[in-house]
Write a protein that binds this ligand. Structure first.
Ligand code: 76B
Ligand code: MG
Length: 214
């Protein structure tokens, strides 16, 4: 059997990027996905919005739901201050295997903990397993119908506190309409929409930034 899309993406990184250089890993993936084979990374356009929100928050502990091949994991980890940590959750073992190699190629493995499994099972175990008090930043980029239940789970497990920032990808395409309703109608969140485009396309998409008010 042939290679998979994630495996071909990893090959492109190993061929075109410089080991230990996160910027070159990001560029190699964006080039490959724009010119050779589309893939569901947050991409370069929405990636700039992710970068700016992340720089503003400067989190000590961050959570990413939906690692895929590790593109946004690298984007986030490269901007973390020394001693800060990123936990990323991936459901699909084949995606996780490629992500580990891409994160390591970028030289960011010491800042990242990749856990495999469904978000709904793993979130309640975060405090005990990783000694997390609460997350300063959460990037939601996993199954779109899990955004609301997992946000409620984060609240119920005390994993978000006053000032925690949630940033959700794909709120337009594929879409997370229930999530938009939830955070925009809740008195516990201050929400803002960043209009953009679906990665590597002209289709509208955007990111929703929601600050938890406690
Ligand atoms: C339950 C659970 C799940 C996970 C988990 N891990 N990895 C993911 C990936 C989820 N991401 C997407 O499905 C996604 C899709 C598109 C898309 C696709 C096809 C189109 F035509 C247009 C757009 C675009 C994107 O930007 C996306 O992010 N989920 C991890 C843990 N627990
Ligand atoms: Mg996405």
């Amino acid at each position: 059997t042939g290679s998979s899309r994630p495996q071909r993406m990893l090959k492109a990184v190993q061929k075109n990027a410089t080991k230990g250089d996160p910027e070159s890993v990001i560029s190699a993936i964006d080039y490959y996905c724009r010119h050779k084979e589309w893939a569901m990374n947050v991409g370069d356009e929405k990636g700039l919005i992710l970068d700016s929100v992340l720089t503003e928050v400067n989190p000590s502990t961050a959570l990413e739901l939906g690692t895929y091949c590790g593109y946004s994991t690298v984007r986030i980890a490269r901007l973390l201050s020394p001693g800060s940590k990123l936990i990323t959750v991936e459901f699909n073992p084949a995606f996780a295997a490629v992500a580990r190699q891409i994160i390591a190629y970028a030289g960011l493995q010491d800042k990242v903990t990749l856990v495999e499994g469904p978000s709904g099972d793993l979130i309640p175990k975060m405090k005990a397993r990783f000694g997390i008090k609460s997350f300063d930043f959460v990037f939601l980029d996993h199954w779109k119908d899990r955004y609301v239940p997992d946000t409620k789970l984060l609240e119920d497990c005390g994993l978000v506190s006053e000032g925690s920032v949630l940033l959700a990808d794909n709120v337009i395409c594929p879409g997370a309409p229930e999530y938009l309703k939830y955070v925009r109608n809740s008195p516990r969140y201050e929400s803002r929409y960043y209009k953009s485009n679906l990665e590597y396309t002209k289709v509208e998409d955007g990111l929703e930034k929601s600050v938890f008010l406690g």
